[in-house]
Design a binder for this molecule. Structure first.
Ligand SMILES: [Fe+2]
Ligand SMILES: [Fe+2]
Length: 293
């Protein structure tokens, strides 16, 4: 089985990126995989559906997790708040265009002995909360406003919902655990795909330990410890984890699991092609990483 994985297409964001996505599509049309996985940040607002249409006629299974940008809403957005977009609007679009929305259930492929489980995954500050409390004056204000030394994380403006990061993260991890257990009951191996990095080794490549407000706040807003613990517990049956969000391609081994952050950015795209069960991986780049505009 050949599985193509990409992420952060940000369709409709700019011309260079969309040109690169078209090249990616042409490549897939010339050699269709058996399964296409999209790792979130697919397209804001109406661009999400436009991106689904783009790949719709590829003769393969398609599955996805959304990304934080896909949940951004405007005031009085016609689609509802970010939670309604996540729980209703996006799954409805996926159903209409024949994509498996992994946040509502696993994709189980009994003939391959494989399942794919996925989640947007979120952040609950646990990656740096204790250090923020100890080292950052006004840490609560910075977390609440997602405010760096200069500027704010756009999630602070465009994620609007009747929940909070900590509750949302706990719900997602509980869902993922359920999907993982359902899958492990039926097949031998599980691939995991998340938008926000599933473990620290897949996050932004930066000096460890993080120092200063900005680095600690990025840690706080990048992932969570609960999903790391969950995936570690079942690592023997998880050969691959794929994440996105950081726009930096990273490969990291964690016990028996090989982790990949797909990478790609607003102006170029990356794709991984996995041959299963051989476990070999090829990577592809579309567009020119050195030309931003
Ligand atoms: Fe992104
Ligand atoms: Fe993202």
């Amino acid at each position: 089985m050949r599985i193509a994985v990409t992420a952060d297409l940000h369709f409709g964001h700019n011309r260079l990126g969309d040109d690169a996505t078209q090249l990616l599509l042409q490549h897939l049309q010339s050699q269709p995989p058996d399964l296409l996985l999209l790792g979130g940040d697919i397209g804001t607002d109406e661009h999400f559906e436009a991106c689904l249409r783009l790949f719709r006629d590829l003769p393969c299974l398609k599955a996805l997790v959304p990304g934080n940008h896909d949940l951004w809403v405007a005031d009085n957005d016609h689609r509802g708040d970010s939670l309604q977009v996540y729980g209703h609007h996006l799954p409805d679009l996926c159903k209409r265009h024949d994509y498996h929305y992994l946040d509502t259930g696993p994709l189980i492929l009994p003939n391959e002995g494989l399942a794919v489980v996925g989640s947007i995954n979120w952040y609950d500050y646990s990656w740096s909360l204790e250090r923020m409390k100890a080292e950052v004056p006004d840490w609560q204000w910075h977390l609440k406003n997602k405010a760096f030394t200069r500027g704010r994380h756009n999630d602070g403006r465009f994620i609007q919902w009747d929940t909070d990061d900590v509750r949302f993260t706990a719900q997602l991890v509980a869902n993922l655990e359920r999907y993982l257990m359902m899958s492990l009951d039926q097949v031998e191996s599980v691939f995991v795909m998340t938008h926000h990095p599933a473990f620290r080794g897949l996050s932004f490549p930066r000096p460890v330990p993080a120092r200063g407000l900005d680095a600690l706040l990025w840690e706080a807003l990048s992932g969570n410890a609960a999903i790391e613990a969950l995936l570690e517990k079942h690592a023997e049956r998880i050969p691959f984890i794929f994440s996105g969000h950081t726009h930096r391609d990273v490969e990291a081994q964690r016990g028996p699991t090989r982790g990949y952050n797909v990478g790609g950015d607003y102006h170029f795209k990356r794709m991984l092609l996995i041959d299963w069960p051989a476990g070999t991986i090829e990577s592809f780049v579309f567009g020119d990483p050195s030309v931003r505009r």
